[in-house]
Write a protein that binds this ligand. Structure first.
Ligand SMILES: Nc1ncnc2c1ncn2[C@@H]1O[C@H](COP(=O)(O)OP(=O)(O)OP(=O)(O)O)[C@@H](O)[C@H]1O
Ligand SMILES: [Mg+2]
Length: 245
């Protein structure tokens, strides 16, 4: 198995605040990686820095054979679908146009093909019938599924999702997780920041536990039931206390 994402000695800082403190990681083609860790541990910053939404201070990133640099970052971003915690849809554009517009403007895809791809992506997330609705006419879960469709429509080699369900009401979480499970069954490589333990168990090939800007434990999803480090044990105890009611 070859690495589709390769990260070496990555360091990211905001001014004097060091947030990612030397992370190395190889993600293999088709692998599903779940990233967990306490708030402020650098999970979002790490994920964003892989495509230079935050520019790293040090380290080497290679994505699908291309080293991320000034003159390659645009090319690299075309290979990566990114879904944020808050879905960032344009409120004044219909659902379909939210997907078509970036395909045409950013990816240079002809409009006819873009529409076809957008419809296909909406079909995948079960929202084709909402193509002509406006985002505010949809539930939070539906809006997040549109955001996922938008990322899928670029036919990404790698899909990165940063807490895709954490802004949703509990009863809307499952519909989004089900869509992500379906996508995971395809071959797309996925990096997902989430604290959904059941989802991680079902989908992840590997779980990374971040703390203080470093990967402090990693392994198969079984580590969520049998953690080696006291830190992960504590984190999971707190997580289970929060979700058990
Ligand atoms: N744009 C920014 N400018 C300055 N500091 C930032 C910025 N974004 C994040 N930080 C800081 O960097 C640290 C790591 O933040 P980050 O968002 O990566 O953590 P996280 O693990 O994703 O947390 P959460 O679980 O709350 O989303 C925090 O101390 C945060 O305050
Ligand atoms: Mg975050």
């Amino acid at each position: 198995m070859s690495a589709i994402v390769s990260v070496r000695d990555l360091e990211v800082a905001y001014g004097n605040l060091e947030v990612v403190k030397g992370v190395s990681l190889d993600v293999h083609q088709g692998e599903k990686i779940v990233i967990m860790g306490p708030s402020g541990s650098g999970k979002s910053t790490f994920l964003r820095s892989l495509i230079w939404l935050v520019k790293p201070r040090r380290g080497r990133i290679v994505i699908d054979g291309v080293e991320v640099k000034h003159d390659t970052v645009r090319e690299v971003r075309k290979k990566v679908g990114f879904v944020f915690q808050s879905y960032n849809l344009f409120p004044h554009l219909k659902v379909i146009d939210n997907i078509v517009l970036p395909l045409v403007k950013v990816h240079g895809i002809p409009r006819d093909e873009a529409v076809e791809r957008a419809r296909e992506a909406l079909q995948m997330v079960g929202l084709l019938e909402k193509a002509n609705a406006y985002p505010l006419q949809l539930s939070g879960g539906q809006q997040q599924r549109v955001a996922i469709a938008r990322a899928l429509a670029i036919r990404p080699k790698i899909l990165m999702l940063d807490e895709p369900t954490s802004a949703l009401d509990p009863e809307l979480v499952d519909e989004v997780l089900r869509v992500l499970e379906e996508i995971a069954r395809g071959g797309t490589t996925m990096l997902i920041v989430t604290h959904e333990v059941d989802f991680a168990e079902d989908v992840a090939d590997r779980v990374l536990f971040f703390e203080g800007g470093k990967i402090v434990e990693e392994g198969p999803p079984e580590i969520l039931y049998n953690p080696r480090s006291e830190r992960l044990r504590q984190f999971l105890r707190r997580l289970h206390r929060r979700t058990a009611f």
